[in-house]
Design a protein around this ligand. Sequence first.
Ligand SMILES: [Zn+2]
Length: 412
Amino acid sequence: MKRNNIITLIVFIALFLGAIGISVTFLGKAQAQAVSGGVPRIFQLSVENNENNSAFLNIKLDKNLNYKIFSLPNPTPRIVIDMARVQWSMGRGESGVISSNGLIKQVRYAHKSSTESRIVVDLAGPAKVVSQNLTNNMGGKILHIELAPTNNAVFAANVPKPAQQDAINSLPSPISPKFSSKKYTIVIDAGHGGHDPGAIGFYPNTFEKSVTLASALYLRDQLKRDPRFNIVMTRDSDVFLPLEQRIIIARDIRADLFISLHADAAAVGTNAEGATVYTLSEEGGERSRRLLNRDNWTVVPPNRSRDNNVTEILRDLTQRDTKNQSAVFAENIVRNIRSAGPLTSSSHRRAGFFVLLSPTTPAVLLEMGFITDKEDQDRLLNNGFRAKQMGGVARAISEYFDGVDLKNRGNH
Ligand SMILES: [Zn+2]
């Protein structure tokens, strides 16, 4: 066995043991072990109802969690998850409710005592736990608990003895049933494609259209693991797509966020390297304008387009209020990709775009690096770099929507 294979095996075993650490018995026998490095933080609870009437409860957290899970039949069927005290980091305070409409009707959470926390899953009918999986997600973890309908006998078999039913009804009543597990739609736009190769690399057989697609696909796969996100690609193969078409895609599905991926180009003899994030605002310097023209991102101002359809769309799209949202998101990206590789000296710029999707849709363009620079090109073609940089972008997107969640809840 080669050394690499041995390392892979060790990593696998470590992951496997990590997964076992969270397995539990149904009757409340599993006990919490000491947790190192502070109490677990729970960032999100979300529900996915499946067509076959089963459902997932997804718990996003920062580390492994020891818990026990059991059924309670009265007054209504419930599944209860008890754990040593956690920190609720969902921006909703110390208790809350996530409503749903399927097998899982709602999920409540609160501290049960000074040492324990509890999640209660209110069910439409008796249900059993089908699977429990802990997966890694953007530096944290997601615990997926799958429930499926069952009969009363099976349900009753998972009810703990009366002595264990302490403080069962001590949870606060729902603070508001209105908070739902809203899905956010994210449009990922891989720049160029088809007969438009974009910039040509340091080595002439490298094209911008290929590195943008590879990174876009990687980002998609990262984001798919977050149940909050619905991902739409403007393209997922080597095809040409006019700019207007990319915008229309985002607009028609009422995207919550738009990110366009590109690779920079500099004149021969210049030493430009590093990534830059552009927000799509109407301000912009000379360099931005040059860049945008090269990438065909400068859209004709609304009243000067030849095509009425486009004019109509662009008028809608030109919304200055979005600038702030975009800037918040852009700063998130800069912070999260800093460790992946170099950034240009002005890593976040406001570009001269007319393209904005709606007053609440942040839109940014990420120049992932200079494909015309030897080191940058090597990075852009390197899977390790791609994983780091796009992992950072995925974290930035996740953080951005954590903030949106927080703000939305503040309005209720
Ligand atoms: Zn480009």
